[in-house]
Design a binder for this molecule. Structure first.
Ligand code: AQP
Length: 322
């Protein structure tokens, strides 16, 4: 089995970047051994509200199901909280403080913050536990997460040689190119769940009128020229990339026949609303019904537990605590 593991963190509601950049691809090109999980334990490294986290976890699971990601391949991380935390502890006791402290994301996110949660330091070890628990062979990650996969490899190697062979050696792979969606209000930034400016983010659950309004307000430039030149016209390029992604074409081809920014914004808003409509409807059904989502969640947890039990038990035994 060549398990490929990807996750989505419920740090906010699902947006167009999550969909066009990742989740639509997970649905369109699922590998036979792929695993997808809602990484809700990772949403606790910064202050969070328990009820909101609970509901965002359901929201992101519904998003995966509604987008067409095979439901047999998904689970929620906290449904295996004992398993993930047990392995995380074994790995924390395998990792040095220096290794954890060297993580670039920790350095960046903790700088100037006087009340950093310890979880921000240790979350790459939890990520290593996510990866190693399920026997993952490949982890599609961007540059910002490569160092964490490298840490998972270091810890797997050290544990295997110190205590005995148990973990598959994971490898970071470059994800198949998906759209890189930028913030509509600030095209220099990527569209992000935790962004403070709501106007720049198009949520999957936004109704079509809201989608239209957000695109009408999207930042462009004073050139009034619809062409794909990202360095000179980042706002227009972002709109063309979104339009191209929704209509399965190239940004250059998407620009053809569109003469003004008003028409461009209308065309993108229409394409996005059409692309998101089935996902939005299915998500709302799943969230309203509850029972179907609960069934999928429980079955996913059961499968994930079965898949990981022998490996975890072996690791505990090798470390002298099982
Ligand atoms: N703007 C984006 N364009 C393309 N892909 C994106 N992804 C996120 N934003 C964009 C991809 O969505 C998947 C799930 O994301 P995640 O939950 O793991 O975290 P993230 O990348 O940190 O997403 P956000 O929305 O930016 O969240 P916050 O604000 O909490 O950091 C990933 O595959 C990601 O690449």
């Amino acid at each position: 089995m060549m398990i490929r593991l990807s996750g989505i963190t419920p740090s906010g509601e699902a947006h167009l970047g999550n969909y066009l950049g990742a989740v639509r691809r997970w649905a369109r090109e699922p590998g036979p051994d792929d695993l997808y999980f809602v990484s809700n334990l990772h949403a606790m490294t910064t202050p969070h509200e328990p009820e909101r986290l609970r509901s965002l976890t359901q929201h992101q699971l519904a998003f995966l199901v509604a987008s067409g990601v095979p439901w047999e391949s998904m689970f929620v991380q906290s449904d295996l909280v004992r398993e993930h935390m047990a392995l995380s502890w074994l790995l924390e006791c395998t990792c040095t403080f220096g290794e954890a402290r060297r993580m670039v994301q920790f350095k960046e996110k903790s700088e100037g913050n006087s009340s950093v949660r310890l979880g921000l330091l240790t979350y790459p070890v939890l990520m290593a536990a996510d990866i190693l628990l399920h026997g993952t062979a490949t982890v599609p990650v961007g540059n910002d997460q490569k160092q964490h996969v490298e840490l998972a490899r270091t810890l797997a190697r050290r544990f295997n040689t110190t205590y005995g062979e148990v973990f598959v050696m994971p490898e970071a792979v470059v994800p198949t190119a998906g759209a890189r969606v930028r913030d509509l209000a600030n095209p220099a930034k990527k569209m992000s769940k935790s962004s403070s400016d709501q106007d720049g983010i198009v949520y999957v659950l936004d109704d079509p009128a809201v989608v239209r309004r957000k695109f009408q307000r999207a930042v462009t430039d004073g050139l009034n020229s619809v062409r794909y030149v990202p360095q000179e016209q980042p706002g227009v390029a972002n709109l063309l990339e979104i339009l191209a992604s929704c209509t399965d074409t190239t940004p250059e081809a998407a620009a053809e026949g569109i003469t003004g920014y008003r028409d461009l914004k209308e065309a993108v808003a229409e394409a996005v609303a059409a692309e998101a409509a089935p996902v939005r409807e299915r998500m709302l059904d799943l969230l309203e019904g509850g029972a179907e989502l609960q069934k999928i969640r429980a079955a996913g947890a059961e499968r994930a537990r079965e898949r990981s039990a022998a490996r975890l038990n072996r690791a505990l035994e090798l470390a002298g605590v099982g």
